[in-house]
Design a protein around this ligand. Structure first.
Ligand code: TYD
Length: 136
């Protein structure tokens, strides 16, 4: 994992409110091919998977959530509670979203179109693949 997966996004604030922008290959290190957003049910945790090749940036545009990242060796926890803060989800990083506040909205920008074969949804399989890639 990179030293910090957090990305500070450009915000433009005036008397009319706030605007936050994200530019492909500038604010994120990949070309954006897809965007999706999650409107979670109260107290439901989501994620619990890793991707083999997909790069993503997650932004909690409204509300807050706690994200656990785990590369198979190191586990870290991040609080997303500002619309101008992004969290990079690198390939081969298991991620879990917890404590999504009521009415929260998670926007995710992704480097490729949806492809179920890129997912690793089984925790044991993830640990094995991560260890094999790292030569452990
Ligand atoms: P899933 O990845 O399981 O959600 P989460 O990461 O929050 O646990 O996706 C939920 C459903 O939505 C699943 O049936 C796949 C589908 N989906 C798409 O069709 N396109 C997409 O871009 C994404 C992210 C999911």
């Amino acid at each position: 994992m990179a030293a910090t997966p957090l990305v500070q996004l450009a915000k433009h604030e005036d008397s009319r409110g706030r605007l936050v922008s994200v530019e492909s290959l500038r604010d994120v290190p990949f070309a954006i091919a897809r965007a999706y957003y999650i409107l979670p049910a109260e107290s439901a945790a989501r994620g619990f998977h890793a991707h083999r090749t997909l790069e993503q940036l997650m932004i909690c545009v409204s509300g807050s959530c706690r994200v656990i990242l785990d590369d198979g060796e190191t586990r870290s926890e991040w609080l997303l509670d500002r619309p101008d803060l992004g969290l990079m989800l690198e390939p081969m990083v298991w991620h879990e979203m917890h404590d999504l506040s009521e009415g929260s909205i998670l926007l995710v920008l992704a480097s490729a179109r949806y492809d179920e074969s890129d997912y690793i949804r089984d925790r044991g399989e993830f640990v094995r693949e991560a260890a094999a890639r790292a030569g452990r």
